[in-house]
Design a protein around this ligand. Structure first.
Ligand SMILES: Nc1ncnc2c1ncn2[C@@H]1O[C@H](COP(=O)(O)OP(=O)(O)OP(=O)(O)O)[C@@H](O)[C@H]1O
Ligand SMILES: [Mg+2]
Length: 241
């Protein structure tokens, strides 16, 4: 049986009264690995930030696991787009990963032995164990990305929302991340991932959302990943522009 774990109804989001998202409807299938694709400025990050309640929409409704409450976000791990993180913040790799545990503990309690064990295992999975005491500012872009993925794994969420996790990453790391995502899917997790490389959509994902301000097509790759749908979002002048 299929189940919608996220539902977005008639969403409108604007910056300075200019709409970035226009009457957008989507559902995220539980246990899917769904790609969001669309050109630069299509509103992909805006959609994700709206789901994470980091932006207040003009109108519309977003449900996570049937709930509109902020509490539902406890089950969601979010990896922001690269440029949106302040990397100069003085903190170690291990501390960043441990932050993933705070959703389970609240901010007051200190992480215990078990949290450390979980954090180290996530770092190992991302092959970043050796960097655990390094300052986050002293890592390469791809290494930082892996630390953020380790933090998301550590959170042990139901839903993983990732904004271009493969951007600027080498092919070995890319394969490692995809392998990790697929094994977490086997455990029942759901993934919503912004992805730019159209050539790998079919190989990495089972569902896709093709968008440009609104959704042009969404569903199983086998049903909606057609040249016509891709063209519509990338080449045609959208009616709402
Ligand atoms: N904070 C902001 N203030 C004003 N306009 C913004 C802001 N953030 C995004 N926008 C505009 O909203 C539109 C959608 O931006 P968004 O970042 O969601 O696109 P995107 O699909 O994630 O693009 P990319 O592929 O480049 O990451 C763009 O036209 C962008 O210029
Ligand atoms: Mg973006």
């Amino acid at each position: 049986m299929t189940e919608d774990i996220i539902k977005v109804k008639d969403l409108i989001v604007a910056y300075d009264e200019k709409p970035a998202i226009w009457h957008l409807n989507m559902t995220l299938q539980k246990n899917s690995i769904t790609a969001i694709v669309g050109p630069n400025g299509a509103g992909k990050s805006t959609l994700i930030k709206s789901i994470m309640q980091l932006i207040k929409p003009v109108s519309g409704e977003i449900q996570i696991n049937g709930s509109k409450s902020k509490k539902a976000l406890k089950d969601v791990a979010y990896v922001p787009q690269k440029g949106e993180v302040n990397w100069e913040f003085p903190t170690t790799v291990l501390d960043v990963v441990l932050m993933g545990r705070y959703v389970h503990k609240g901010w007051i309690k200190r992480p215990n032995k078990n949290d450390h064990k979980i954090a180290m295992s996530a770092l190992r999975e991302m092959k970043m164990e050796a960097f655990r005491n390094r300052q986050i500012s002293e890592l390469s872009g791809g290494q930082r990305q892996r630390v953020f993925l380790a933090r998301a794994i550590c959170q042990d969420a139901d839903i993983y929302i990732m904004d271009e996790p493969l951007q600027g990453i080498d092919i070995t790391t890319e394969k490692l991340i995809i392998k990790t995502i697929k094994s977490l899917q086997q455990e029942g997790k759901t993934f919503l991932v912004v992805h730019h490389n159209l050539d790998t959509v079919k190989e990495y994902f089972d569902h896709v959302i093709i968008m440009n301000k609104t959704i042009f097509a969404g569903g199983k790759i086998s049903e909606v990943w057609t040249e016509e749908n891709i063209d519509k979002a990338y080449n045609e002048v959208s009616a709402v522009r």
